[in-house]
Design a protein around this ligand. Sequence first.
Ligand code: SF4
Ligand code: SF4
Length: 287
Amino acid sequence: MNPDSPAPRAEPRHPLEERILRDAPRLGPEDTFRFGCRPGISCFNRCCADVSIFLSPYDVLRMKRRLGISSGQFLEQYTIMPVHGAMKTPIVLLRMRDDAGKACPMVTSEGCRVYSDRPWPCRMYPLGLAAQRAAPDGDHDNRFYFLLCEEGCRGFEEQPEEWTVRRWLDDQGIEEYDQWGEAFKELALHPFFEQGGKLNPQQMQMFFMACYDLDKFRQFVFQSTLLDRFEVDEDFVEEMRYSDEALLRFAFLWLRYSLFGEGTMRVKPEVMEAFQGRLDKGQLFGR
Ligand code: SF4
Ligand code: SF4
């Protein structure tokens, strides 16, 4: 388990983040640490309670599919979505149970019931990942790992095994999550925000639906005129009907186009003409 956020947040740094950047020993891929977590360890499941777990769009996709429920049901039942003025993009957190123990809703006496689809922070622990802000020369590759040790975690003491950082990340299946994380950063850490840009409430809703409420976004894609307006490969359109991953890829491209004016989508020539007044828009969309 790991209390850090997998989702990039375009917000001021928390003092804890500042301390980590300043003081934590920095680990690279070949550095080693000793840790072991398994059923039967005296602290089993202790870490799966009363923690703030930020969920990325890909975490939500994996967990809702694993549970066999819609994204809307998942979000309503298992998450909280805090809203405050400093937020640049929507934030989704796993909702702990509303009782004294504040256990994660996914934990059972046998362990995590979504283990193979557990979110990024739960995979990473005991590693944390931090990054300095991008250097002025545009270098973004300034990430480093550091060790977290949650209170009561006996994984460093009871029969720990030696790991390199690289082997741990491989063992936990992090690469796939990191690829989605990088794609999401193109949105959530877009220069638009650095330059002081703010999304209006409607754009925030659009962002939220496309990134997190994928089943609702699928309805929007197939029941609106969206696909009539853009050039999208036919095979890819078919893939989006059943593949959440294809739909999420499309969501990221569409948001970059619509929110930030990037050239990630191409408007159909006839639509361009219509908007330039040469064609009848009603005729074009069959209205
Ligand atoms: S999702 Fe699973 S691993 Fe993560 S806190 Fe909940 S029970 Fe623990
Ligand atoms: S060893 Fe640490 S990570 Fe594993 S169950 Fe115990 S508290 Fe959780």
